[in-house]
Structures are given as structure tokens and as C-alpha cells.
Design a protein around this ligand. Structure first.
Ligand SMILES: Cc1ncc(COP(=O)(O)O)c(C=O)c1O
Length: 421
């Protein structure tokens, strides 16, 4: 197998073989030391004035949250449940932002109780916080602004420039601030602008960050707001195919330094809140082949799990990278290191659910794939397990396996043989 392909998988061939031998499929397995290493790698290239928050929605697994909390991460939460998970993992409210286009009263109360920085998406959030906030000082909040233009994306789930359920449209932000001024127990002192998703080009992310600072300058100069926090969101992309380039995080860090220098008026902190970049490469999904067939010229492989375990390919049209493991043998397929198996053939992956929607992507898989072989999907640490339709058709949810090769983190982590002590 070409190194660039195996790079898309959290574990090397030996460990994949070991994991699939040890654990009943289907399961997700996550590499906690890899998560720690990614956090440190990103932290190291960011200027000191840039805070790093982990977007919990990408993977809310407790061992992962504990790993990031131990590294001093901030957290981006979007529900009362995520707030509780972060607190349970050792995170604190002073390092937490809270976002969402339709926050319930329970959500707002959880965020206030924790002491998180709430990002308001409209005047209704301000009104409700004015009522709920009991402290002597006005509650500092950030306003999420939906920019008039944004970075486009290949697989758009959140974007900028168009109509959006998120935030206050840039065109009406003056009106919003005039209304918000009437609620004296709430003070807008921060800004969030986030208009990218899975972006692999550092320059395009930086364009988005410049847009945020341009809007911030307007808030500062027109409304006299001393911004203490400008949150530029996440959107840092990962490769889902070997041919894609990797995001140059060093260039992103250096660019953020320049963005800060260009904006002397801004003396607060910048917040970056990636989810996918930190968590996707730490996870794999492993499911056994139940049967294979060719239907009118198209090759199908039916797996134990489908959109009840992974929904993202159906939502975005983008597949997870695939490889196949034969128990007791190794990675199989034309490009495998072990060289077992024949040619790779284009394959549609389907699941066990009785609906034609149950497709979990496509991939080139060995022609001789057979029942009992395990298909492994890479980059499955983000927007996978908890983004799926878990309860549809009442199958068992997949097991979550947390591998801590450094032996450091939690009792729930699995130590693989041969892991460094
Ligand atoms: C407010 C907010 N911050 C951060 C993220 C994380 O985005 P990504 O996983 O693309 O980095 C999201 C994703 O939807 C988001 O809504």
C-alpha cells in the first residue's frame, strides 16, 4: 500500500489486525495519543494570542474530551449535553464557548451555569440571557455574524454569503446592536464569524479570518466595542482521499500572526475552534463484510453497519477512505503491504438497513473480498459515530474502542500489546 493511503488511517497495518482480532465488529476505534499529538502540533504553530478550542460536536467521546482537557484546550459546545460532557472531562466554563442557532432555555442555563461565553445568534438570545443572567456585572456575549461573503466549500453543510439559520446577517448587524443595547444585563464584547467547512487551503481559511476581523473593525469603529474575543470558527479540513493535499497548518499559524499584526486596533484574543482536523484522523470504523454481489454491472459490498453507524457520505457525497483487512492475514488488496488478494475494483458500500438510502460510500476494494473480511474506513473520528441514524432499524450501536498507546489517559482506554508503556 502506498504510504499516502495508509496515512489516512489512524492505525498501521499491525494494529488494525490486532484491533479487528480483539474486538467484535462493528466498532469505532480511536487513537488517543494521535489526538494528543495533533492538538500539540496545532497549538505549536499558532501565535500565543490564538486560543484553541475543540469543537465537541465532531466527536464528543469522553476519553477524547479528557485528552484535550488535559492539554489545556478550550471547548466549543452547542448543547447542554456537550456542556455536561466537557465539565465531566475536566474542562472549565472559562474555556468554553457556546453556540447554536436555536438554543433552548435548558441550553442557555447550562452555558450560564458553566460560565461559558455564549454566542448570540439574534436578539431573542439577548432577551433571554437578559432575563436569565443573575450576576452583578453585565454578561459578556459574542455575536455570531453571517458574513456577506464567505469561503465556499466542496461539501457544504455550513457556509457563508448566503441565507443562513446561523447568526445575524452582516447587513443588519447595526440594527441588531442598537436593539441589543436596550438589554443592560448583557454586553456584546465578542464576535464569531465562521463560514468554512473542511477547507484544505490555508489561504482560503485566512480569507475567512480576515473577513472576521474586517467585521470586527466595523463593530469597533462604528459602535465603540472593545472586542475581547474574535472567534473564527473551525473548518480546518482533512484529506478523505490520498490524492488530496494536506492543510498546511504552519502556513495557517503564520497567516494568523499576520492577520493579528494587520489589525492593531484589536487587542483581544482570537479563537480557533476546529473539530474535524483534531478528531477525524484519530478514528477508524471497522465492519465485517456480510455478503457481496454484482448488480447490473455494479459491485456491492454489504457491511454489518450502514447509515445507522455512518451518515456523512450520504449527506455530503464524500466517501471515507477504505481498505480491507483479512483476519489472520493482514491488509488485503492490490496495493496492500502484504500483497494478498487481487485487484482493487470500484465498490459501492451498503449496510444492513431495509432502505435504498443505506449507502456508506464507495471505494476501491479487493476483487476477492469475502464474508468475514473487515472493511476499514479511515478519517472516521469526526462527524461519524454521533452523526449517524443510530436508532433506525434498532440494530446494536457500534462499540467505541479508545486506544491509549501511551498508557496515560482513562480506564476506558484500551492498551494494545506492543504499545509504548
Ligand atoms: C460553531 C462551530 N464551531 C466549530 C465547528 C467545527 O467545524 P470543523 O469540524 O469543520 O472544524 C462547527 C461545525 O459545525 C461549528 O458549528
Amino acid at each position: 500500500m502506498a504510504p499516502s493511503t495508509i496515512d489516512l488511517f489512524a492505525f498501521g497495518e499491525d494494529r488494525l489486525l490486532e484491533l479487528t482480532a480483539q474486538h467484535p465488529t462493528p466498532f469505532f476505534a480511536y487513537d488517543l495519543p494521535a489526538a494528543r499529538e495533533r492538538f500539540r502540533r496545532l497549538r505549536a504553530v499558532l501565535p500565543a494570542r490564538v486560543r484553541l478550542a475543540y469543537a465537541v460536536k465532531s466527536n464528543p467521546g469522553l476519553p477524547l474530551l479528557e485528552t484535550f482537557a488535559a492539554e489545556g484546550a478550550w471547548f466549543d459546545c452547542a448543547s447542554a449535553g456537550e456542556v455536561s460532557a466537557v465539565l465531566a472531562a475536566g474542562g472549565t466554563g472559562s474555556g468554553m464557548v457556546f453556540a447554536g442557532p436555536a438554543k433552548s432555555e435548558r441550553d442557555l442555563q447550562a452555558a450560564l451555569f458553566a460560565g461559558a461565553r455564549v454566542q448570540v445568534d439574534g436578539i431573542e438570545d439577548v432577551q433571554r440571557l437578559h432575563t436569565l443572567h443573575a450576576g452583578p456585572e453585565p454578561l459578556r456575549v459574542s455575536v455570531r455574524v453571517n458574513p456577506a461573503s464567505g469561503v465556499s466549500e466542496a461539501a457544504a453543510i455550513i457556509g457563508g454569503g448566503g441565507p443562513s439559520a446561523f447568526g445575524v446577517d452582516e447587513e443588519v448587524v447595526d440594527e441588531f446592536l442598537a436593539q441589543a443595547a436596550a438589554y443592560d444585563r448583557v454586553r456584546v464584547s465578542g464576535l464569531q464569524v465562521f463560514a468554512a467547512s473542511n477547507e484544505l487551503d490555508a489561504g482560503r481559511l485566512l480569507d475567512n479570518h480576515r473577513t472576521a476581523l474586517r467585521i470586527g473593525r466595523r463593530l469597533h469603529e462604528t459602535h465603540g466595542i472593545e472586542l475581547d474575543l474574535v472567534d473564527v470558527g473551525g473548518g480546518l479540513g482533512v484529506r478523505y482521499a490520498a490524492a488530496q493535499p494536506s492543510l498546511d497548518v504552519r502556513a495557517l499559524g503564520a497567516g494568523l500572526g499576520r492577520v493579528l499584526e494587520e489589525n492593531e486596533w484589536f487587542t483581544g484574543e482570537l479563537l480557533l475552534e476546529p473539530g474535524r482536523w483534531l478528531s477525524a484522523p484519530t478514528g477508524v470504523y471497522c465492519a465485517r463484510v456480510v455478503r457481496t454481489k454484482v448488480s447490473r454491472g455494479e459491485r456491492f459490498v454489504m457491511l454489518e453497519g450502514g447509515i445507522n453507524h455512518l451518515l456523512r457520505p450520504l449527506l455530503t457525497g464524500q466517501s471515507f477512505p477504505t481498505l480491507a483487512v483479512r483476519p489472520g492475514v493482514g491488509v488485503i488488496g492490490g496495493r496492500s503491504a502484504s500483497g494478498v488478494g487481487g485487484d482493487l475494483v470500484p465498490t459501492t458500500l451498503a449496510g444492513p438497513l431495509c432502505t435504498s438510502l443505506d449507502r456508506v460510500g464507495t471505494g476501491d476494494l479487493p476483487a476477492d473480498l469475502r464474508p468475514g473480511d473487515v472493511v476499514v474506513l479511515g478519517q472516521a473520528g469526526a462527524y461519524a459515530s454521533t452523526q449517524a441514524m443510530t436508532h433506525f432499524l434498532s440494530h446494536q450501536p457500534p462499540e467505541q474502542v479508545w486506544v491509549d498507546g501511551a498508557g496515560a489517559a482513562t480506564g476506558r482506554a484500551v492498551q494494545l500489546s506492543g504499545s509504548p508503556a
